[in-house]
Design a binder for this molecule. Structure first.
Ligand code: FMN
Length: 172
C-alpha cells in the first residue's frame, strides 16, 4: 500500500517525528507545500503531521485546501503539542476546531509530546507564547513557557502498530 507523510511544524519536533516515521515505514516524507499532485493522487494512505500554536494547527490550511482529495484516502494524523498527551479532550478539541468534521472523522489521530526551547523562538513566537500562556491561565488552562523536550522515537510505536495492521504496509 502506497503512503506518504505530509508535515508542517516550526522548530523541528514535528519534522523529527515525520522523519523517524518515514524511515520506519519506508515512505516519502514531504513538508506541506512541497508535495506534487501526483504524489498525493497516487498515495493510498496519507499521514499528516502537525504542531499546534495557540490552538491553531500548522497544517490546517493545507488540509482545507486538499479537502476533496483527502476525503477519498485512508487518513492518519499526528498532533505534536505541549499539552500532555493524557489531556485527550483538550487535544481532540484542537482537531475539532481546526479540521472539518468530514475529514477529522476519517482520520486515525495520535497525540505526541513536543519540545520547546524558548531561546530559539522567533521574537513574535516568544511574545505570542507569553500572551497565550497568560490568556490560557485566565481560562484555567495551561500553556507551558519553560523549556521541555519530550520528543522520543518510541512514542511512534502506537501509530506504527495501527499502520502495520493495514494491508501491505511494511514496517522496517
Ligand atoms: C508560540 C507558541 C504557542 C504554542 N501554543 C500551544 C498551544 O496552544 N497548545 C499546545 O498544546 N502547545 C502549544 N505550543 C507548544 C508547541 O506545540 C510545541 O512546542 C511543539 O513541539 C512545536 O512543534 P514544532 O517545533 O514541530 O512546531 C506552543 C508553542 C509556542 C512556541
Amino acid at each position: 500500500m502506497k503512503g506518504i507523510i505530509i508535515y508542517k511544524g516550526k522548530y523541528g519536533a514535528t519534522r523529527q517525528y515525520a522523519i523517524w516515521l518515514g524511515n520506519i515505514l519506508d515512505i516519502p516524507v514531504v513538508m506541506a507545500g512541497n508535495e506534487t499532485q501526483q504524489q498525493l493522487r497516487e498515495a493510498e494512505y496519507i499521514i499528516m503531521g502537525t504542531s499546534v500554536y495557540i490552538g491553531k494547527l500548522q497544517l490546517r490550511k493545507w488540509i482545507a485546501k486538499h479537502h476533496d482529495l483527502l476525503i477519498n484516502k485512508d487518513l492518519f494524523l499526528f498532533l505534536v503539542a505541549g499539552t500532555p498527551v493524557a489531556e485527550k479532550e483538550k487535544l481532540q478539541g484542537y482537531i475539532t476546531a481546526n479540521i472539518s468534521s468530514d475529514i477529522s472523522t476519517r482520520c486515525s489521530c495520535f497525540f505526541l509530546p513536543g519540545k520547546l526551547e524558548f531561546n530559539k523562538l522567533s521574537l513574535s513566537d516568544k511574545i505570542l507564547l507569553r500572551i497565550g500562556s497568560r490568556l490560557a491561565k485566565s481560562r484555567g488552562e495551561n500553556i507551558a513557557t519553560a523549556d521541555y523536550n519530550n520528543v522520543k522515537r518510541e512514542f511512534l510505536f502506537s501509530i506504527v502498530d495501527v499502520l502495520s495492521k493495514l494491508n501491505d504496509v511494511t514496517v522496517k
